[in-house]
Each structure stands twice: as C-alpha cells, then as structure tokens.
Design a protein around this ligand. Structure first.
Ligand code: ADP
Length: 464
C-alpha cells in the first residue's frame, strides 16, 4: 500500500513537472519535483524512524499514530497486536485453569527434565515430598534407596510401592511416565487404603484356608485309618462320628462365609419387611434349647409387640449367633436370657448369659472375622469364628448398635439397639399371649421349634 501510494505520488509529481516543462516553466517544474520528492522521502523516513524507535520500547507500548498510507499500515499492525495479545491472554488463562485443576488432584505430579531435575510440581507433590522451587534434582527431595534404584534402573514399566519418612503410616506408589521430548512425569499416589484392603484380603484367604485345612486333615486322617486298619465296629462308628463332626464344621464355615458375603453385597432397602421380633425370638430360643440339650436354663422375656423394619433372615441369623454363642460359652448349669423391649422408642434385643465372660482387652476385636478369645475352645464347640462378624454386619445394615458387656467368670450381655425409625407397631394385629414359665414349655418349644407362629414364651405387652 505504501509503495503503491508513494509511486502514485512520484508519478503525479513527474506529470506536473512534465506539463510545466512543456509550457516553458522549467524552474517551477524542477522546484515542484524536488520539493515533492523531498516531502515523500521525509514522510517515509520519519515513519521508519518512529517504527524503529517503537520496536526498542517495552512490549506494551502503543504504536505511533500515523497519517496517510502509514496511518492505515500502523492501524493494521496495531489491530494484529491486539488480536495476538487477546489470544495470548486466553492461552495463559487456560493454562492457569489447568494448573488449578492439576493442583486439586490428590496424586502428586512432578515434571522432570532429562537430568531428573524438577521442572514443575503440583501442590500434592509439594506436600508429599516437600518439593519447593524448581531446577533442584528430584533425589534432593525423595531419598529412599528404593526410589533411587528405580530412577537409576531406567525401567519404568512398573510402579514401586514405598513408605516415606515424612508421611508415617502411609504407603505410596511411585511411577515415572515418559512424556514429550526428554521430559518425564513422576506420579505419586497414596495407596494406603488399597494396601490395607489387600492385606485384609490376604489374611482372609489365609484364614479360610487354615480353617478348612484343619477339619480336612482330621477327616482324611480318619478315612485313611478306616481304610488301612481293621477295627471293631464301635471304633468304626466313633471314627465316622468324628468325620461327621468335622464335615459339619466345614459346612457351617461355608454357610457363614456365604452369609457374610451376601451381607456385604445385598441391598438392604430392596428386601425389608416388618419383622416380628417376639415370635422370631421364641423360635430361636426353642432352637437354642435343643442345642443346649438341657444343660442350661434358657429364658425368654418379650416386653414389646413392636416389630423391626428389616430383613428377616438376616435378623434371624444375628440372633441365632448370639444365642448359640451363649450356649457355647456358658458352662453346664448356667442360665441364659433372651429379651426384647422398647426403651425410649429404641428396640433393645439382649442375650445375657452367666458364662465364662470375656476379658476387656478382647472386646474391641471380637467382631473381626476369625477372631477368637480361645481358639481351641471355639473349635471344640464347633465355632467358625464368624458369628459375631455376621452380627456386626447385620447390625450395621439395620443401623443398630451392638453393645457388649462382659466380665470374666461372671457372664456376658450382647445387646442390639435398633433405632426408633426402624421400630414399628405391626400392621397385622398380634395376639398378646402370656405364658407363665418359659422353662416349663421347653420341651413343647423344642418340638415346635420350626413353627414361627407359636405363642410367645414370656409376657407380651404393648410398650409404653
Ligand atoms: P465363634 O464361632 O468362635 O464363637 P464368634 O465370632 O461368634 O466366633 O465369637 C468370637 C469369639 O468371641 C468367640 O470365639 C469367643 O471367644 C467370644 N465369645 C462370643 N460370644 C461369647 C459369649 N457369650 N461368652 C463368652 N465369649 C464369647
């Protein structure tokens, strides 16, 4: 544009000078030509000088204003510059947003250069490794020999797991990923929970294998004996009975494992009904009398007609485990009482025994899978070590609290407290029944132990 305009101006000057020359005015023609050409040169030189001066100023200075062809050209340059500035500010805002997002990640991210110097790190990496600033070598911050070996080995196909002195009790996985050029990304992830779960899983598998192996060894031993040794028929029967006992233990173990797994996976909401605890307790107490075979006095007190909104077979399983434990861990001649009451709107189911009791230090771990106070005794009694784990899961799924009071030698009380929201008056009207002495009915109960509609043993009355 400037060139065309300049050429047009020069052309016009030459034309004017030529016309004046034709009319015998050579001096005026020469004067106009020289003045015009000088003006064109000065005009262009001034703007080239202004642009040159501007190019040496800081970036954000305004372009000089111009007139004529230079005015248009400078306007155009200034428009391009504004567009460029806008694009740059958009890119940097985007970069800032990206940094803010990466800073929110729980994983530590560190960009390393070819010399393993920190180029950039997010907030999590700064917190985990104490990284500050840039350009320092990564081994300045992470000094664990495992990590240094990993870095030196230059094989980053796998992550390494390690604990850091700055984060006691936590386990981290660290992995290096190649990125563009010679840059590498060091990713640090807190895997404490996952490794704890993995440990629990490994312990669980080891426990189950051990629990199955023990009766299995006994069974195979007896089978071998039966096959290889001639023995009198009574001895054979004794062996077969022992085999039967061990297989029953394995069966119970598998059943308890299945119950636990269904408790962990099933959705409670889908299956809840109004569960009448009174009649259920009566059936279960009758069963426990059969299990006790007259060795204990087992009473039932039902002081409430309220039901619990829940899953019937789960509640059945929890209460059954409490009653079975009471029978197992109460010496012959002891007494056991099961009760159902409503106190301040909460449903309270309790099983009390006068058994061996539990020392206080065992109470916190009692509901862990396979935790037993006395392994030998539990085995001898046919326990699987899963009963209270089942009770705890059922309680959790019904938002109930499991309370355990126990004193060595004096006995134990296991209590399930159901929240008000789950304790309801039955929609079906129930017949309040009063039976004087539960013990007197023991035999009758045992006969009718599977009859869920049998009368209550104990006194049934509406709660206040
Ligand atoms: P187990 O099948 O061994 O009975 P549980 O999970 O039901 O397993 O119980 C865990 C442990 O708690 C038992 O091994 C026993 O030591 C103790 N325990 C449970 N109930 C009672 C109780 N009523 N009296 C004394 N100890 C009990």
């Amino acid at each position: 544009m400037i060139v065309v305009r300049t050429l047009l101006v020069v052309g016009a000057l030459l034309l004017v000078a030529a016309v004046l020359g034709l009319f015998d005015r050579p001096v005026i023609a020469l004067w106009i030509l020289i003045t015009g050409l000088c003006s064109v040169i000065v005009y262009n030189t001034v703007y080239v000088a202004k642009l040159h001066h501007w190019s040496g100023l800081p970036r954000n200075r305004e372009l000089p204003l111009g007139i004529g062809a230079w005015g248009q050209t400078l306007d155009r340059i200034s428009r391009f510059m504004r567009q460029d500035a806008l694009e740059r500010s958009g890119t940097s805002a985007e970069l800032e947003r990206l940094h803010a997002a990466v800073d929110l990640l729980p994983d530590g991210l560190v960009v390393l250069d070819r010399f393993d110097h920190v180029q950039w790190s997010n907030r999590a990496a700064q917190r985990i490794h104490g990284i500050f600033g840039t350009r320092r070598p990564i081994d300045h911050f992470v000094r664990q020999p495992e990590f240094l070996d990993y870095l030196r080995a230059n094989d980053f196909s796998e992550a390494i797991a390690l604990s850091l002195p700055s984060q006691p009790g936590r386990v981290f996985s660290m992995k290096i990923e190649p990125t563009v050029d010679a840059f590498r990304l060091l990713i640090t992830r807190d895997i404490t929970e996952a490794s704890l779960l993995e440990q629990v899983r490994r312990d669980f598998v080891a426990n189950v294998s051990h629990e199955i192996r023990t009766p299995l060894t006994v069974v195979s031993g007896f089978v071998e004996t039966l096959m290889e040794i001639e023995m009198p028929p009574q001895e054979q029967v004794r062996c077969l009975e022992l085999i039967k006992r061990q297989t029953a233990t394995m069966e119970r173990l598998v059943e308890d494992l299945l119950t636990l797994s269904s408790l962990e996976s099933a959705n409670l909401q889908a299956e809840t009904t109004e569960v009448a605890i009174g009649p259920m307790l009566q059936t279960l107490v009758a069963d426990s009398r059969v299990f006790s075979a007259g060795r204990h006095k087992i009473d039932l007190t039902v002081d409430a007609v309220e039901s619990v909104r829940g899953v019937s077979n789960e509640l059945d399983s929890a209460i059954r485990n409490l009653l079975t434990n009471a029978v197992r861990y109460t010496p012959e001649g002891g007494s056991i009482t099961a009760s159902w009451r409503v106190v301040d709107g909460e449903g309270v189911l309790a099983v009390t025994d006068t058994g061996i009791g539990i020392a206080a230090e065992h109470l916190p771990r009692l509901t862990e899978r396979f935790y037993r106070v006395d392994r030998g005794r539990s085995r001898e009694m046919g326990g699987t070590g899963l009963g209270l784990a089942i009770v705890k899961h059922v309680a959790q799924r019904h938002h109930a609290r499991l309370e355990i009071d126990s004193r060595i030698g004096a006995g134990s009380t296991f209590r399930l407290r159901f929240p008000k929201s789950l304790v309801v008056m039955p929609t079906r009207t129930q017949r309040p029944v009063s039976l004087a002495d539960a013990d007197a009915d023991a035999d009758a109960d045992a006969d009718a132990d599977s009859d869920a509609n049998a009368d209550y043993a104990g006194t049934v009355s509406p709660s206040p």
